[in-house]
Design a protein around this ligand. Structure first.
Ligand code: SAH
Length: 507
């Protein structure tokens, strides 16, 4: 990527899966990322270390940064030799002022590229089951703004003369102006019975659709408390949705769920919940970094083949252990005939990525059960056990093994620290909007949540979340921290947890 170029990039309508490959590639390489209100916080996770991220968001009624200042910023950063990605909601050239920014760049002699995005109307159509064209009924598609520059002398939109027959009208920025617009359309001769679908937060887990017809929609939208951002779709196809709507049928669609995770870690749980239609806020409570003491590593690796058991208590442990292992050895056989135990299936999966199979996984994924299962193998008396873990204690496991007369060494390969959430966009969304539930998958997740409680205090309008727990150990910690446990998974597994969430919060 040549330095000093500005990329005007469409981020799509919100759902992170609708980002283009080119957009993702550019975000990953950017030195500076300048982004808007409608850009999903998840996209910020793609940036490289050291990328400067600048929020210039615009929300109706309040501007974080004036358009001129945004343009100055783009010029300034690119003149400093940086690769700048200007990430905008939807498509930059559809009500995105992308062309104004491009012209400014031309004037400043700066190279630029424009990357189109899935525009909100397209996302709203697909995710609400409203085709924007239809061979027999809708052959014209109109994309129109409901909110023109208030400083303009006369309005440019001739509502009364928009095509009335066989057309679909998609209105952007129209929520505040809906009564006036509907009035003008009716006055202009649009049929009162023409179906209307207003799609709020299209393509997102919390998408809502308000349906009516041109005569009723003003009242319908009021009763529905329709808010921006919404796309208003008017036309025959807006009434055809019964069998075409698929997104709203997902069991968790409309639910906002919070999962706790470590910085930079994509969560399997989030993916499962999103696949069921939920909007997931991933709170990066902790930061996990490799932390291998050189001398300890030397001690461990110089006699690695003499251990009888290698025990992993988390996927992170596996990752950092093998990273250090392969820095020292070229061949997996240097592990010797060691037996391997993991605390649960997720950790085992991580081991299997190295084409090494796991000999023991306890029925329940916790340190106590792992200790019991190891003791039951009857192989511990004077055998050498290496426990690979983070800086947070596995003392109960060590005590159990000691009791069974094993010789236990502990090898710490990573450390866990609290993350600063005051400026974090996911945390901000949680504070402002709240959630339907917050899901805990470990007792350490509970403690880090409580440790950061002051950065997570909910605002007055936020939805108060229920609490879900993956199993008895996590629940015990929640109770200890005076937190209610509204529901708990039947078995301590992600599958069972997801099932329980659907039972309690699903449609
Ligand atoms: N460039 C953007 C549009 C920006 S104008 C695009 O191509 O989509 C902002 C308007 O876009 C909002 O007022 C709303 O009408 C619409 N919009 C953007 N994202 C939306 C979403 N997820 N759901 C519904 N409408 C959305």
């Amino acid at each position: 990527m040549p330095s000093g170029t500005v990329y005007l990039v469409g981020a799509g309508p919100g759902n992170p899966g609708l980002l283009t490959l080119r957009a993702k590639e550019l975000i990953e390489q950017a030195d500076v990322l300048v982004y808007d209100y409608l850009v999903h916080p998840k996209l910020l996770h793609f940036v490289k270390d050291g990328c400067e991220t600048i929020y210039v968001g615009k929300q109706a009624g309040f501007h974080s940064m004036k358009q001129e200042d945004i343009q100055k910023l783009l010029v300034e950063k690119s003149e400093a030799g940086k690769s700048v990605v200007r990430l905008k909601g939807g498509d930059p050239y559809i009500f995105g002022r992308g062309s104004e920014e491009a012209r400014q760049l031309i004037d400043a002699g700066i190279d630029f590229e424009v990357v189109p995005g899935v525009t909100a109307a397209s996302g709203a159509g697909a995710f609400s089951g409203t085709p924007l064209t239809e061979r027999n009924t809708n052959s014209t598609l109109v994309v129109v703004t409901g909110h023109e520059d208030p400083e303009k002398e006369s309005t440019m939109v001739d509502w009364a003369n928009l095509p009335k027959k066989n057309s679909t009208i998609c209105i952007y920025m129209g929520v505040g102006q809906l009564p006036r617009i509907a009035g003008e359309l009716l006055k202009g001769g649009f049929a009162k019975t023409l179906p209307v679908a207003c799609v709020e937060w299209a393509t997102m887990g919390h998408q809502r659709v308000c349906r009516g017809n041109l005569e009723t929609i003003v009242e319908d939208a009021k009763a529905f408390e329709l808010k921006a951002p919404s796309i208003i779709i008017i036309g025959e196809t807006a009434g055809m949705t019964e069998n075409l709507s698929w997104f709203e049928k997902k069991p968790l669609q409309g639910r906002r769920l919070v999962v706790t995770r470590s910085q930079g870690q994509a969560s399997e749980l989030s993916q499962k919940l999103e696949a069921l239609g939920a909007e997931v806020i991933g709170l990066p409570l902790i930061n996990i970094t490799r932390n291998v003491d050189v001398e300890t590593a030397e001690d461990v690796f110089s006699e690695i083949a003499s251990y009888d058991w290698l025990v992993f208590s988390s996927p992170n442990g596996v990752r950092y252990f093998f990273e250090a292992f392969f820095e020292r050895f070229k061949d997996i056989r240097s592990l010797g005939f060691i037996r391997i135990a993991t605390v649960g299936k997720a950790t085992a999966k991580e081991v299997e990525r190295f084409f090494v199979s796991v000999d023991l996984i306890p029925d329940e994924a916790n340190a106590d059960s792992l200790g019991d299962a190891l003791v039951k193998t009857d192989s511990l008396d004077s055998s050498k056990v290496l426990i690979v873990s983070g800086n947070l204690g596995r003392d109960s496991l060590i005590a159990k093994l000691d009791e069974a007369r094993a010789i236990v060494d502990k090898f710490e390969v990573y450390k866990t620290e609290a993350n600063d959430l005051s400026e974090n966009p996911d945390a901000k969304r949680f504070r402002e909007q709240g959630a339907d539930a917050i899901i805990f998958t470990s007792s350490s997740g509970v403690t880090s949540f409580m440790n950061q409680a002051k950065d997570l205090a909910l605002g007055a309008d936020a939805i108060r979340p229920k609490t879900a727990s993956i199993g008895p150990i996590t629940s015990a910690m929640m109770k200890q921290q005076h937190m209610p446990v509204d529901f708990e998974a039947k078995e301590a597994s992600l599958e069972s947890l997801v099932e329980r969430i659907v039972e309690n919060l699903g449609k």
